[in-house]
Design a protein around this ligand. Sequence first.
Ligand code: G6P
Length: 510
Amino acid sequence: MNGTDSGSENASPRGEYGFVVVSNRLPVDRVIAADGSSSWARSPGGLVTALEPVMRQNEGAWIGWGGQPDLEFEPFDNEGIRVVPVPLSAPDIENYYEGFSNDTLWPLYHDVIAPPSFHREWWESYVEVNQRFAQATAAAAAEGATVWEQDYQLQLVPKMLRELRPDLTIGFFNHIPFPPYGIYSQLPWRAQIIEGLLGADVIGFQRIADAGNFQRAVRRLKGYSTKGTYVEVPLLDNSPGVRVFGPIKRQGSFRTVVARAFPISIDAKSFEDLAREPSVQARAHQIRQELGNPRTLMLGVDRLDYTKGIGHRLKAYGEMLADGLISPEDVTLVQVANPSRERVQAYMALRDEIELTVGRINGDFGTIAHTPISYHHHGYPREEMAALYVAADIMLVTALRDGMNLVAKEYVACRFDEDGVLVLSEFAGASDELKRALLINPHDIDGMKDAILQAISMPKRDRQARMRSLRKRVLENDVARWSTDFLRVLGTYSHHGAAGHTLHEERKTT
Ligand code: G6P
């Protein structure tokens, strides 16, 4: 418990897990075998890799949705992690997941690249599903446990959970951007979301600018003071719609919440190791051969999402072919477009638009021997991705807005040969760190074409100097470092330390 504060009288029953991660999706995928039997396979995300050691040390549990409608199953152990399902019905998926999460919040938080839809029934479903996640978490967490919630689908959970379990230490990490106030303020439920997030002790963002946007929204909507990375949440606030969260660390008449940037990363070493595998090297060689050994192989790897700027990239490439700046024999583009959120209208429209453009470019500029764009509307296993990264001379990351963009970091991690050029949008969070990439504004098509030409003709020494610097950054700041940094700051809030003392420590380190 936190100092003198005891749990609320109607507190929910305690569970047994000392460290609980909560995310919309579980880190396991259901695999159906040919004989119809089903099993679970670990999905190869960096997050689960980074958290696994912490999970093993602390009786860890992971709470989330199994990815299919009405999938009910008992909690089970998967490679040292307790997996606890939160089932979603078909209407939950339609309203909470496809609707509010991915057709309201996603476009709103990504600079309204697509228009967000505001529907009250979606909001009601979001509240209801967030409540269910909070209840499942409250039931799993041991007394005084640490809980780490992930991403925009669950922004109300911190407050809901604090009300149920004031003994918990609660962290939240937002994997996507937090928008500027002028955009955020469109949201009819803008104050509720801020209140929901402020239920956490530590709120992490990808970029310093995201944390700044959040703090501004807090000041504008709630009138709370912010000092450096701290938000002061009053413990007695009678203004309408404001509730005082559970009795916790008191500092005068407010509790402090940290809101700051913790840029996420990847398991860089494992990508490098994979890239070094002889089978991956051989496959990279084979990929180039099968593409007709182009002088320059360019690669794009994205979820098929309107935030990724795939259309802008294709426009630049198409114009370069049309202008005769490059020829399809010389410069080939491989575009991997992972299917995503296929029942959301904006994603359906995007697929049509991208595939029309790919077809046009291939039709206009292709020859029997050379197809300018090798387009793939499916995901690939990690080995194949590593081979593509090794094979590609130029990696194109042209997002119009992106929380971080881990593909950029994966490419860098795989290039142990210190070759390859990363063309990176300044609107991806990764550009804050990867400053030796060729940074572009994807809206500026001429600028993008110039950067691609520069990448094509860049001398090897320059490529190496840039890649060396990028690699240093990515290998030093991997996902283990990210989770350690976050959990260290969150640890200053745990019941083990006196809040005032540990907050002072944190101040010194940030
Ligand atoms: C982004 C989000 C994640 C999400 C992922 C895939 O990276 O930040 O929270 O899981 O996209 O999207 P999906 O809707 O398939 O979970």
